[in-house]
Ligand binder design. Structure first.
Ligand code: C2E
Ligand code: MG
Ligand code: MG
Ligand code: MG
Length: 287
């Protein structure tokens, strides 16, 4: 009986594995199709000056809009894209779309807006990544100084020579370089000294419980001091309340992003926002 039971368990297990695998393959197929048809969409989230609420830049965030209209977030397909190599054409599509869109906003008169683009660690293995990026920027007739590349902290911690070369090359071309989700990958901070970073984005997990959580308040204060001492721009991610804005302003963190200002939205909505409010966020939070 014990043997039978084992066999049954195995049978059920293998069915489950099979089902998962079939699901994953179907997803890969659909994602490949979406990338080939360029039916992915790029949403944009404003980066805002906390004092005065001026929009100073946008971050490009990819979405997969299914045929039935459901919008799927990147956390659900970027890992699959990375495992299958689809991340390469996907990223190039995002890059091209975001650069052209930024150019349109510049031409509308919002000529100082910057564009932040997320780069996957998997892309860093491409030997000509910087050239590809620069080609896209040139093709859109943009100055590279308006382009900021965001890399998650993991990439900095790994300390691989090709990564270092990439970062220096990015800076030599006049683009900016941000560390995304800063603070979650605890490690020696010495890499900040070794990499030509221009901006730090405090991970939203530290912002979420401000101002009440004292540990988070101390951590955020420490990151603010660190950025100041290193002369690096600081951006707080995930701002959802005016209390968080007040706290950040009182500690001299002047730039943020979050649902309080705007969720990531399609380009047309950003255009509306820019045109209707002259580049400011229409928000009264008493600061
Ligand atoms: P990220 O670059 O750290 O982007 C910030 C994420 O936080 C976005 O999620 C955004 O919608 C979300 N967010 C912004 N403000 C708030 C807030 O106030 N509250 C909360 N709860 N969330 C907020 P999203 O768009 O789902 O993107 C998730 C991650 O996927 C991004 O994290 C980024 O690492 C990655 N990603 C997005 N687009 C691309 C892309 O084109 N290429 C690559 N390689 N990665 C991308
Ligand atoms: Mg980012
Ligand atoms: Mg982030
Ligand atoms: Mg993230």
């Amino acid at each position: 009986q014990a043997k039978d039971k084992g066999r049954n368990t195995y049978h059920i297990y293998s069915q489950a594995v099979h089902r998962d695998l079939a699901k994953k393959l179907e997803m890969v197929k659909q994602l490949r199709h979406a990338v080939e048809q360029e039916s992915l969409e790029v949403y944009y989230q404003p980066k805002v000056e906390l004092l005065g609420h001026r929009i100073i830049g946008l971050e490009a965030l990819v979405r997969w809009v299914k045929e039935d209209g459901t919008v799927i977030g990147p956390d659900q397909f970027i890992p699959v894209a990375e495992d299958t190599g689809l991340i390469i054409p996907l990223s190039e599509y995002v890059m091209r779309t975001a650069c052209h869109q930024l150019k349109r906003w510049h031409e509308m008169g919002f000529s100082e807006l910057t564009m932040a683009i997320n780069i996957s660690g998997k892309q860093l293995h491409l030997p000509d990544l910087v050239e590809t990026i620069v080609d896209n920027v040139n093709e859109a007739r943009l100055s590279p100084r308006f382009i900021e590349l965001e890399l998650t902290e993991q990439v900095f911690i790994e300390n691989i020579q090709s990564h270092t070369n990439f970062m220096h090359s990015v800076r030599e071309h006049g683009m900016s370089l941000a560390i995304d989700d800063f603070g979650v990958g605890y490690s020696s901070l010495s890499y900040l000294k070794n990499f030509p970073v221009t901006s730090l984005k405090i991970d939203r997990s530290f912002v979420k419980d401000l101002p009440d959580n004292e540990d988070d308040a101390v951590i955020v204060q420490t990151i603010i001091n660190l950025a100041k001492n290193l002369n690096i721009q600081l951006v707080a991610e995930g701002i959802e309340t005016s209390e968080q804005v007040e706290f950040l302003l009182s500690r001299d963190c002047g730039i943020g992003q979050g649902y309080l200002f705007s969720r990531p939205v399609p380009a047309e909505e950003i255009t509306q926002l820019l045109q209707n409010y002259q580049g400011l966020m229409p928000i009264d939070i008493g600061s």
